[in-house]
Design a protein around this ligand. Structure first.
Ligand SMILES: *[C@@H]1O[C@H](CO)[C@@H](O)[C@H](O)[C@H]1NC(C)=O
Ligand SMILES: *[C@@H]1O[C@H](CO)[C@@H](O)[C@H](O)[C@H]1NC(C)=O
Ligand SMILES: *[C@@H]1O[C@H](CO)[C@@H](O)[C@H](O)[C@H]1NC(C)=O
Ligand SMILES: *[C@@H]1O[C@H](CO)[C@@H](O)[C@H](O)[C@H]1NC(C)=O
Ligand SMILES: *[C@@H]1O[C@H](CO)[C@@H](O)[C@H](O)[C@H]1NC(C)=O
Length: 404
């Protein structure tokens, strides 16, 4: 109707005729139009300003709903809540400490979610706090730790310079006492089969959990049969001051090396890329991030490196040559004796453990360290039978320089 009247006016204006009656009707209808429009806008505005949906946070804020969500919540975490660090029970909200030294290890993230979060790198290079680099000691075990008393003495008095992570069988429920460095240090774990890709899954899971602590700078993988060969001070300064990581990586032309290469890995992994190495690695933060965020090589190993190809003996050794950035020493920091042959290295028993034996492992080698020569080539050793704990606890205090 309004439109019709408008047309009339336009028509009459253009034709030069001018009717007062038409003008009045036009003006009236415009007024009605503006009035209705005004009411509409006014109504909308009022609704807009009082809407409950617009500021739900503001509205719920005074009711003290648990945000960040309390750790006591029995519900499953959604992906967005994984963006928050793992210990957010502080009533004052998030603290920087929650990122730099998270207290709570446990979470319900899937590996995919965990690796994604662990791959994050700060874009601001300067730390907004006094950062002491920590060494992450990652124990890949079935659960039991026969050398726990030795490790306890090793760590004693060095709080703030290390963190401990434990991957155990999922059904392993024993919790070490509160006084132990292993107390509540178990990460969400999954079953591991010897020589299968699940072993590397566990290694990457340990790395990813340790990466969530921004203060961890060096990451060392240890087994339940590993022992330290030096005191904490020596181990810490050797690792933190090293310009290289310690991932064993070499080209083995034999059947047990190149022979395990699967042509189906080509062209992602070629035979000239193919390396072998000990599973027991030590990496710096940069390389650790590469390992948990590798989208290219790991899927190929998972598909095509199956027994008698052992993923844990080839994946990292090969990966470091692809992304290693020249920062790898190509040797392991964990001594082991393969001299007797066979699929497993020698296990040392009670009678083997003497001061001269340990000193041979501590100083009986020459290797390069930061471009110079060093007689310290191994900081850890394996495999030790649980029966060696007693002699080790007797010899270690004087030899290593720590109290038991
Ligand atoms: C939590 O997640 C697990 C595994 O994804 C699922 O089995 C379980 O039903 C979930 N629980 C709740 C309360 O949603
Ligand atoms: C480690 O091996 C790679 C090749 O596999 C080599 O490029 C690199 O220089 C080696 N690193 C050292 C410290 O010798
Ligand atoms: C290591 O080097 C030193 C000095 O060059 C030498 O005396 C020693 O015999 C070497 N040790 C071994 C195990 O090669
Ligand atoms: C280690 O690397 C740093 C920085 O890249 C360099 O300044 C230093 O000289 C290196 N140290 C040795 C012993 O190679
Ligand atoms: C730790 O071991 C080093 C030698 O590796 C030694 O010089 C130092 O005194 C020891 N520290 C303690 C506290 O005994």
């Amino acid at each position: 109707m309004k439109q019709g009247k408008l047309t009339v006016v336009v028509k009459e204006l253009s034709s030069g005729h001018f009717h007062v009656k038409t003008l009045i009707i036009f003006s009236l209808s415009m007024l009605v139009f503006i009035f209705v429009l005004g009411m509409l806008i006014n109504d909308r505005t009022r609704k807009f300003l009082t809407s409950d949906d617009l500021f739900p946070q503001l509205k719920t804020f005074p009711s003290l709903s648990p945000w960040p969500p309390s750790t006591h919540c029995q519900c499953n975490f959604s992906l967005s809540s994984h963006l928050l660090p793992l210990s957010f029970s502080n009533p004052r909200g998030l603290l920087l400490k929650d990122y730099t030294a998270p207290k709570e290890l446990w979470h319900s993230m899937s590996d995919e979610e965990l690796f994604w979060q662990a791959s994050m790198v700060p874009h601001i290079v300067e730390y907004p706090y006094n950062r002491t680099p920590k060494v992450a000691f990652m124990f890949l075990t079935k659960g039991r730790l026969p050398f726990a008393p030795l490790w306890e003495s090793f760590f004693k008095g060095h709080d703030g310079f290390y963190s401990v992570y434990l991957h155990a069988a999922p059904d392993f429920k024993n919790e070490p006492p509160e006084s132990s460095v292993f107390h509540k240090r178990k990460i969400p774990s999954q079953a591991v089969e010897w020589g299968k890709p699940t072993m590397v899954d566990a290694e990457r899971r340990l790395l990813a959990n340790a990466l969530l602590d921004f203060s961890n700078e060096r990451f060392v993988l240890l087994s339940e049969s590993c022992i330290p060969l030096f005191n904490f001070t020596t181990v810490y300064s050797h690792l933190v001051n090293s310009n290289h990581s310690f991932v064993s990586s070499f080209d083995d032309p034999r059947n047990v090396g190149r022979g395990r290469y699967n042509k189906q890995m080509w062209p992602t992994v070629t035979l000239s890329d193919w390396r072998k190495g000990s599973q027991w690695f030590e990496v710096h933060r940069k390389l650790a991030i590469e390992i948990v965020s590798d989208p290219t090589y790991y899927p190929v190993f998972k598909d095509f490196c199956l027994p008698p190809c052992y993923t844990d003996e080839h994946y990292l050794a090969t990966l470091v040559t692809k992304v290693g950035l020249g920062m790898n020493s190509n040797r392991t920091i964990t001594w082991v004796d393969w001299s007797t042959g066979g699929p497993h290295p020698t296990t040392f028993v009670r009678k083997d453990v003497t001061e001269s034996f340990l000193n041979r492992l501590r100083h009986g080698f020459n290797c390069t360290y930061n471009g110079g020569m060093s007689s310290i080539c191994h900081l850890f050793a394996r495999k030790f039978h649980p029966s060696t704990l007693e002699p080790l606890l007797k010899i270690a205090p004087a030899l290593f320089g720590f109290n038991t």
